[in-house]
Design a protein around this ligand. Structure first.
Ligand SMILES: Nc1ncnc2c1ncn2[C@@H]1O[C@H](COP(=O)(O)OP(=O)(O)O)[C@@H](O)[C@H]1O
Ligand SMILES: [Mg+2]
Length: 261
């Protein structure tokens, strides 16, 4: 379990997170959602020790500040919201960074396997900077997959922490990436993903943490969190949650948003 207790982050004399509690279980896909600037990235950065905070972040009951860097690197891999590569690295060189960060002595064939997994087989020799935004995003995902390729090692789950992993992707690749995340969770690993798309979140998340103005205003399965009232409050517009007639799948249609009071 990855958990955060009473996380407070203050930047530039402004409270960005105001006492956030959250829990994410291995075996589940946990989505962090909320309006622009609600604190999603900041919360992920607190979970990954990339930003100062007060409160506690625990991984399987241990405070992460007491864990060694190599241990954390072998237990969780982080996909940031934007990844810039300043040098003319090849795709293989970028993906291999995950191999170097993760478990020592990992299989050298993993980068190619990870690239194939994200639909980029044969891209090894291409220059990263010459790829499209969506291709770059999938290369970065291959890098983090390399880092925690086995969802469980030594009986302990390994975690994917993903900040808007599908933001630059077409619908086919959005589904592919969410299926990769789900497969990691179903095999016993853990996934925490910052998500913008509420429909994809409803489809794939087991647990949702909904932020607004630096606070968690609701958490639980999408069927409980995604209500007209809660989402309308969180996003500051009128939203209606719908379900398909057959399998009662949840969906939102943006163009009907303002018709409902
Ligand atoms: N380094 C920083 N200094 C000052 N304010 C910041 C900094 N990083 C983020 N913020 C502010 O914190 C708020 C939350 O940002 P963020 O967590 O990135 O939001 P989002 O939910 O869109 O991911 C925003 O209002 C943003 O402007
Ligand atoms: Mg963000």
């Amino acid at each position: 379990m990855f958990s955060a207790e009473n996380i407070v982050v203050r930047l530039d004399r402004r409270d960005i997170l105001r006492g956030v509690d959250m829990q994410a279980q291995a075996g589940h896909v946990t989505a962090i959602v909320g309006h622009n600037g609600s604190g999603k990235t900041t919360l992920l950065r607190a979970l990954t020790q990339d930003i100062g905070y007060s409160g506690r972040v625990l991984l399987d009951g241990r405070d992460v500040t007491e864990m060694k860097g190599w241990e954390l690197a072998s237990r969780r891999a982080v996909l940031p919201q934007a990844s810039r590569v300043a040098f003319p690295f090849t795709v293989l060189e970028v993906v291999r960074l995950g191999l170097l960060t993760g478990a020592a002595g990992a299989d050298d064939s993993l980068p190619s396997k990870a690239l194939a997994r994200v639909g980029l087989a044969g891209f090894e020799g291409r220059f990263y900077q010459e790829l499209s935004g969506g291709e770059q995003q999938r290369v970065q995902l291959a890098r983090v997959l390399c880092q925690v390729w086995e969802p469980v090692t030594g009986g302990a789950p390994r975690w994917l922490l993903l900040d808007e992993p599908v933001s630059s992707l077409d619908i086919g690749h959005q589904l592919q990436v969410m299926e990769i995340a789900t497969a990691h969770a179903r095999a016993g690993g853990g996934v925490i993903a910052v998500m913008h798309d509420l429909n994809l979140t409803a489809m794939f998340a087991d647990h949702v943490v909904l932020l607004a103005d630096g606070r968690c205003i609701a958490s639980g399965p999408p069927s409980l969190v995604f209500t007209d009232e809660t989402l309308s409050t969180a996003y500051g517009c009128s939203l209606r949650v719908n379900t398909t007639p057959g399998d009662r799948a949840t969906f939102l249609l943006p163009h009907t948003a303002h018709r409902v009071a």
